[in-house]
Write a protein that binds this ligand. Structure first.
Ligand code: SF4
Length: 1020
């Protein structure tokens, strides 16, 4: 009898003695395997999820020790979970090294403080740490919170202490952190999403209605064509990328467009080079080509997009500027970027597409300038490579052909990040590829739970479920807030799902304030802080630079290595009074005050910041859920206790909150109401459990909810978990911390822990974990059918209209009983129900994407409109503007990226990954290397206006010189991962080089295109 190693483990896990197993003839074939079996035979198997990237691969962890006194559980082995429908047992080099992460010598084991001016860490007790931090926070809050603004509006805004939140912590940690921060009035808060995928939310929500990856990892295998642009998934999402390879095995074509011939390009059918920062020229050229060559899915475009909508007559575009630009403010007035409406409030349309101001004709005129010659001239891409991409994409305009796009930070990290993504979203609408299996816009999220943390609103101006944090001008009262954030349908008969906003918001307020939230006090509306401006990370750093921030709490984040212009960041940290770092491992942020020579040349004694370093658990030591890129909430389980005195983030946050609340109860203080009125109903107030928090995320009934169709029946009884968001009420009878997660923990139990991997069709596994919204796997899937309800492609039937209802392999993203004849359109989150080719007034920098040069342009001009070189809507602070370089001093284009062996700045603390990629390097093309006399292995200095790094040179054919606008442009590839808290070789912070300027809409920094110089260091 042949058994796999895993089957063998199952057979022995029940305690069958090895000898009995042998007697049954079950022993595995090889002696090597036999030894391994015995190692794991006494082990406990625990399910978990990889904490690195957003593929969310399944893990099996094995721990020894039964938990008895002196028999501490220890994780001894980790491998891929073969049942997992995405990873199917695979792990990439990062996942394969996870055991070394858990046992890293850089794990923190006890609370420590670095006193002002000191050069050492000092061990302290948890009690001392929590008491001192709470005292710092209360003193700062009492002195600086703004209770009312100049107009007398209650704002309860505390700006002088900021908080950064973790990207890999569970949803349960995230939501507790949200509660903690907002009760204190913190608005200067951001998660990793701000420096990664902020533009994705902005671009996709403004086009389709939701800001998330549309399809799933496995669904990529249903594509006929895959464009990889603005990302390198073979390297950054290796296990997810195997589904692109599956598609290729079925005959799909893969084309990679990238400044470097990267690892994705190595397995693609075609590779097309491009100048970093010129993607909108390329993609705008695709739009022009599709229109000129009639490669449009016409039925889809006419029925499901706003092509026929008539735009306000005040709208225009001339010489690089859209209508409404105010040069004094450096901002647009977006009034004219909207539809023309009739008296009933419905947008006017011209189904014949003849009206000169209908979206179709405006779009056609806008992109007519982006000819293939212009594309080749401005991007440096060869014209035939560009046309190849056009032809492949154009072929997917057929009803039975589908293409998809895989992108990541190569598109987001630009001043035009959101518009890069918008251009592709428009292309996919023109081709009819949204809602289709094998189609969509696949935004490949970077960190394991950055999707979840975005969902939970851990960003400056957000609340959970993509609700907006109230603004002091627009929303002084609850009535203003609800009136302005609840859209009205713009076409008759549309679902306009955001019309439910009051239900979601009041349920959220009930979660925040419990019984203290009543109709009479507007559900505690005034206790939520109101923002005056976006306190994104660049804004907060500028305030810190100007001495206006005293405290910074950093949870599972390493901003010194992650924020642009690292030298400025270190100088900003030096101005803080206190910093609190909660992390499982040592970070450069916590030790920013330590001198490491050229790598971190600071004056330790002069830095007066008190730094507290609090050890937290890692993924393997806690229960909870994280959300993968495809919106799946996957529950994981604790396998062992953390090292030393480390605690869960939930415990740390709860202890800090209770200590602060005790201080306010005892001593009073400024604006104590939000803290004293906060609902904190946890059985152990010092340690809310993941189960308690997950149930709150889902939501429950606070009173019996009658069935409107039959008053003798109830849809839910008081105290029951809600089955979904449809039951939420705006009268205070329901509570939910995050409406989009409603359904994740129902009366039937924890849906996120489900492990049925059976395929309902086209690779859908609806019984595995739980996906928001409502367990839908492919969003906008109504658009996979034609207007009459029949699938566009019978081979790709995901859902269909049965005559009575919508049904199929996925949960329909539509009103289940709305017949095709009802006139309801598929993009149910948009008030007009259609996908937007023209993004109305949703983005600050234009309703159509337009090419603008990076803030540091290698051309120094924009040949499309020389008077408007860079985006006019960019926000840049004077101190950062003064630190921009020019192409005469810094002639080369620098671009940063990840390596497959490393994850951000974590795996340099992991032995296996440090062995695989031990030393910092940069990639330089052969032509530039020859000009500079640089050979592989030489040490080079790469400098920008903001500082320099030194690294080994890798001279390569992978980065070719390009001809752009008659100039030779060299690009320099700069991997990210080094620093001084490491078990690899120490290295420089690569983010010393990029400028502190961000995407116009989200302020995600421009890491992918900036100017550098390169010099060989002689004698190094
Ligand atoms: S890093 Fe990503 S691809 Fe690699 S094992 Fe982890 S989740 Fe999977």
């Amino acid at each position: 009898m042949q058994l796999s190693r895993r089957q063998f483990m199952k057979a022995t896990a029940g305690g069958i003695a090895a000898s009995s197993v042998a007697a049954l003839g079950f022993l595995p074939a090889t002696a090597l395997a036999e030894v391994r079996q015995f190692k794991l035979a006494r082990a406990k198997e625990i399910r978990n999820t990889c904490p690195y990237c957003s593929v969310g691969c399944g893990l099996l962890m094995y721990s020894l020790g039964d938990g008895a006194k002196n028999a501490k559980a220890e994780i001894v082995h980790i491998e891929g979970d073969p049942d997992h429908p995405v990873s199917r047992g695979s792990l990439c080099p990062k996942g394969a090294g996870l055991l070394d992460f858990i046992h890293s010598p850089n794990r923190l084991k006890s609370p420590e403080v670095r006193e002002a001016g000191s050069s050492e860490w000092k061990r302290i007790s948890w009690h001392e740490a929590v008491s001192r931090i709470a005292r710092h926070m209360k003193d700062d809050r009492d002195a600086n919170i703004v209770v009312r603004n100049d107009q007398g509006v209650t704002v309860n805004r505390w700006v002088s202490t900021a908080m950064l939140t973790a990207s890999a912590s569970s949803n349960e940690t995230g939501i507790l952190t949200q509660k903690f921060m907002r009760s204190l009035g913190i608005v200067g808060t951001d998660a990793q999403a701000r420096v990664c995928h902020g533009p994705t939310v902005s671009a996709l929500a403004s086009t389709f209605g939701r800001g998330a990856m549309t399809n799933t990892w496995v669904d990529i295998s249903n594509a006929d064509f895959i464009l990889v642009m603005g990302g390198n998934p073979a390297e950054a999402h290796p296990v997810g990328f195997k589904w692109a390879i599956e598609a290729k095995k079925r005959g799909a074509r893969i084309v990679v467009v990238d400044p470097r011939f990267n690892r994705s390009a190595a397995v693609a059918d075609e590779y097309v080079p491009i100048r970093a920062g010129s993607d909108i020229v390329f993609l705008g050229g695709v739009i022009n080509w599709l229109i000129a060559n009639d490669k449009i899915q016409w039925e889809y475009v006419k029925a499901f997009t706003n092509a026929s909508y008539i735009v306000d007559e005040g709208f225009g575009f001339e010489d690089g500027l859209f209508s409404g630009f105010d040069p004094a403010k450096g901002q647009y007035d977006r009034k004219s970027w909207n539809y023309e409406f009739d008296k009933a409030g419905n947008a006017r349309t011209d189904p014949a597409l003849q009206h000169p101001r209908c979206v179709w004709n405006l779009m056609k005129a806008h992109y007519a300038r982006y000819t293939p010659d212009v594309v080749a001239d401005l991007t440096g891409s060869p014209k035939d490579g560009f046309l190849t991409v056009c032809r492949y994409l154009g072929a997917t305009s057929a009803r039975d052909k589908v293409g998809t796009i895989l992108y990541a930070l190569g598109w987001t990290q630009h001043t035009v990040g959101a518009q890069n993504i918008r251009t592709m979203a428009m292309i996919q609408l023109l081709l009819g590829n949204i809602g289709m299996p094998g189609g969509g816009v696949n935004a490949l999220r970077g960190h394991s739970n950055i999707q979840g943390l975005s969902d939970l609103g851990l960003l400056s101006t957000s609340l959970p479920g993509y609700l907006t944090l109230p603004n002091e001008k627009a929303h002084p009262t609850l009535a203003d807030y609800l009136a302005r954030t609840t859209p009205k349908a713009q076409q008759p008969g549309q679902l306009n799902f955001w019309s439910n906003t009051p239900k979601f918001f009041v349920s959220l307020m009930k979660w925040f304030w419990g019984d203290n939230a009543t109709r009479d006090n507007d559900w505690g509306y005034d206790w939520i802080p109101k923002w005056d401006k976006m306190y994104d990370v660049l804004q907060v750093m500028d305030l810190m630079h100007n001495g206006k921030v005293n405290g910074l709490i950093v949870q599972g984040f390493n901003p010194l290595t992650s924020f642009p212009d690292a030298r400025k960041t270190a100088a900003c940290f030096s101005k803080l009074k206190y910093m609190v770092v909660i992390d499982p491992i040592a970070t450069e942020t916590a030790s920013f005050w330590r001198n490491h020579g050229e790598i971190n040349d600071v004056d330790t004694a002069a830095i007066k910041t008190e730094v507290f370093r609090l050890p937290s658990t890692c993924f393997a030591e806690e229960d909870g859920a994280i959300v993968n890129s495809a919106r799946w909430l996957q529950w994981h389980y604790k396998g062992a206790n953390p090292p030393g005195e480390a605690k869960t983030d939930q415990e740390i946050i709860a202890e800090l909150f209770v200590a602060l609340r005790d201080l306010y109860r005892r001593d009073g203080g400024t604006a104590p109401e939000p803290i004293l009125n906060l609902s904190w109903p946890y059985r152990n107030p010092l340690e809310p459990t993941p189960e308690e928090l997950a149930k709150e995320l889902n939501g429950r009934a606070l009173a019996d909810i009658p069935d409107p169709k039959d008053p003798t029946k109830f849809l839910a009884r008081k105290g029951e978990q809600l089955p979904g968001f449809a039951l939420m009420q705006d009268d205070g009878s329901t509570l939910s911390a995050c409406w989009i997660f409603a359904g994740c923990w129902t009366q039937a139990g924890n849906q996120m822990a489900r492990r049925d991997n059976s395929d309902s069709g086209l690779g859908n596994t609806p019984g595995w974990a739980w996906a928001w919204p409502a367990n839908r796997r492919i969003i906008y899937n109504r658009a996979s059918c034609d207007p009459s309800g029949k699938p566009w492609d019978p081979k790709r039937t995901l859902i269909a209209w049965t005559g009575e209802r919508w049904a199929g392999a996925d949960v329909p993203d539509f009103k289940i009983d709305a017949a095709p004849s009802s006139g309801m359109n598929p993009f149910i989150m948009n008030p007009e129900g259609v996908g937007r080719l023209f993004a109305t007034d949703k983005l600050v920098d234009g309703p159509f994407p337009e090419h603008y040069e990076p803030m540091e342009s290698p051309l120094g001009t924009n040949p499309l409109h020389p008077k408007v070189v860079t985006s006019p809507a960019v926000r840049i602070f004077p101190a950062d503007k003064a630190r921009l370089g020019t192409h005469d001093q810094f002639p080369y284009v620098g671009t940063t990226y990840r390596l497959t062996e490393h994850f951000q700045f974590w795996t340099k603390s992991v032995a296996l990954n440090a062995i695989a990629q031990p030393e910092q390097f940069v990639e330089i093309g052969e032509t530039l290397a020859a000009e500079k006399g640089i050979r592989t292995g030489d040490t080079v200095k790469v400098s920008s206006r903001r500082g320099f790094i030194k690294a080994k040179a890798v001279v390569t054919k992978r980065v070719k010189a390009l001809t752009v606008s008659g100039k030779t442009i060299h690009q320099v590839g700069i991997p990210l991962h080094w620093g001084w808290e490491t078990v690899a070789r120490k290295g420089y912070l690569s983010n010393t080089l990029p400028p502190a300027v961000g995407d116009c809409n989200t302020q995600t920094p421009e890491y992918k295109a900036f100017l550098v110089n390169v010099e060989k260091i002689v004698g190094a």
